[in-house]
Design a protein around this ligand. Structure first.
Ligand code: GDD
Ligand code: MG
Length: 360
């Protein structure tokens, strides 16, 4: 089967990281977000993935060349002349997705992480013969998602995108298995699959759901990205514990690239990812945080609940906490305290920032 990943969108909620690279190629647990998805698609037998993109296509293409070979799957880009929403791109890629045999295809939002049960979805989809099968999961705050109401046969009765009033707590997890005939409902213009297509498919009795077992998170914003990492690492602990870091300096789940250097007497974890070529000094304390590639952290600094962008330098005894997000190539002076600050790329920070949410 073929797959289409919805990559477009500017990823504004993940700024300042998305000022440097498009959201899908930001590392999540030390591999680009989209690579987790492409791997799962390859494993489910997909031979081609189309990336629907409307922003910085060249960056994506250059980047994906490398992975096309590594993963052994054809990766192509379908570029939109203007943002086409979440359904329009399917019409644009119709030639690739459509086939007369009715072989279904997958569609994924690029910012969701989970165990990607693609095979299970395909089986369920073929069993019901429906037009669309969507993955659903339960969340405590459904209002920022698409909510589904389904019967005891998992047939979706209603699909309501971002409901203002409570409809239910089962939500669209952003992964679909679709039959080519759904393409006849979609025109090549900006269209929301959630607002314009799924409600109609549900009304026609052609929308079914598969309930996800295990973790799920939309990692499109910093807080959720960190929560998603914690959930993902917990799942890795079950499935592939030897890929997690080990030692007396590790507390809970952490993943550390083999090229990273770690000093003496550090305490790392829980829920930490340290990327390629990072240099961590002595006595550094890291918890619930992501350290992207090539970051240097000097002795006795402390990072908690925050994301540190590529090639940044954190001074000795500096303290960064409370959902701070540091862009690429930022310099943070010794002993500086950052409380929830958002720091744009290439800044030099010499003074503490005490107010959370300050953008500098
Ligand atoms: N190619 C393309 N063009 N992709 C787009 C466009 C566009 O114009 N607009 C959005 N996308 C991509 C985003 O990059 C993302 O991967 C996906 O479509 C969904 O867009 P988001 O902006 O992340 O939507 P959301 O998180 O508010 O809601 C969606 O995801 C929820 C699950 O995380 C909806 O599908 C909800 O129903 C769902 O519950
Ligand atoms: Mg999203």
């Amino acid at each position: 089967p073929k797959a289409l990943v919805l990559v477009g969108g500017y990823g504004t909620r993940l700024r300042p990281l998305t000022l440097t690279v498009p959201k899908p190629i930001i590392d999540f647990a030390n591999r680009p977000m989209i690579v987790h998805q492409i791997e799962a698609l390859k494993e489910a037998g997909c031979d081609e993935v189309v990336l629907a993109i409307n922003y910085r296509p060249q960056v994506m293409m250059d980047f994906l060349k490398e992975w096309e070979e590594k993963l052994g799957i054809k990766i192509t880009c379908s570029q939109e002349p203007e943002p086409m929403g979440t359904a329009g791109p399917l019409a644009l890629a119709r030639d690739i997705l459509h086939n007369d045999e009715g072989v279904p295809f997958f569609v994924l939002n690029s910012d969701v992480v989970c165990g990607y049960p693609m095979k299970q979805m395909m089986e369920a989809h073929l069993r019901t013969g429906a037009e669309a099968t969507i993955l659903v999961t339960k969340v405590s705050d459904p209002s920022k998602y698409g909510v589904v109401v389904m019967d005891d046969q998992n047939k979706v009765e209603r699909f309501v995108e971002k409901p203002q009033v409570f409809v239910g707590d089962k939500i669209n997890a952003g992964i679909y298995c679709l039959s080519p005939k759904i393409l006849d409902r979609i025109e090549p213009r900006p269209t929301s699959i959630e607002k314009e297509i799924f409600p109609k498919v549900a009304a026609d009795g052609q929308l079914y759901a598969v309930e996800l077992e295990g973790y799920w998170m939309d990692v499109g914003q910093p807080k959720d990205y960190l929560t998603g990492l914690a959930l993902h690492l917990a799942a890795v602990r079950e499935k592939a514990p030897d890929t997690l870091a080990e030692g007396s300096h590790i507390s809970g789940n952490a993943i550390i690239d083999s090229t990273a250097k770690i000093g003496k007497d550090c305490l790392i974890g829980p829920n930490v990812a340290i990327g390629k070529f990072c240099e961590i000094g002595d006595g550094v304390r890291l918890s619930n945080c992501v350290i992207l590639n090539r970051v240097t952290i000097k002795n006795f600094a402390r990072v908690a609940d925050s994301i540190i962008g590529w090639s940044s330098k954190i001074g000795s005894w500096a303290r960064i906490e409370n959902k701070a997000v540091i862009g690429e190539d930022v310099f943070i002076k010794d002993e500086v305290y950052l409380n929830g600050a958002i720091v744009l790329p290439h800044k030099d920070i010499k003074d503490s920032i005490l107010e959370p949410g300050t953008i500098i």
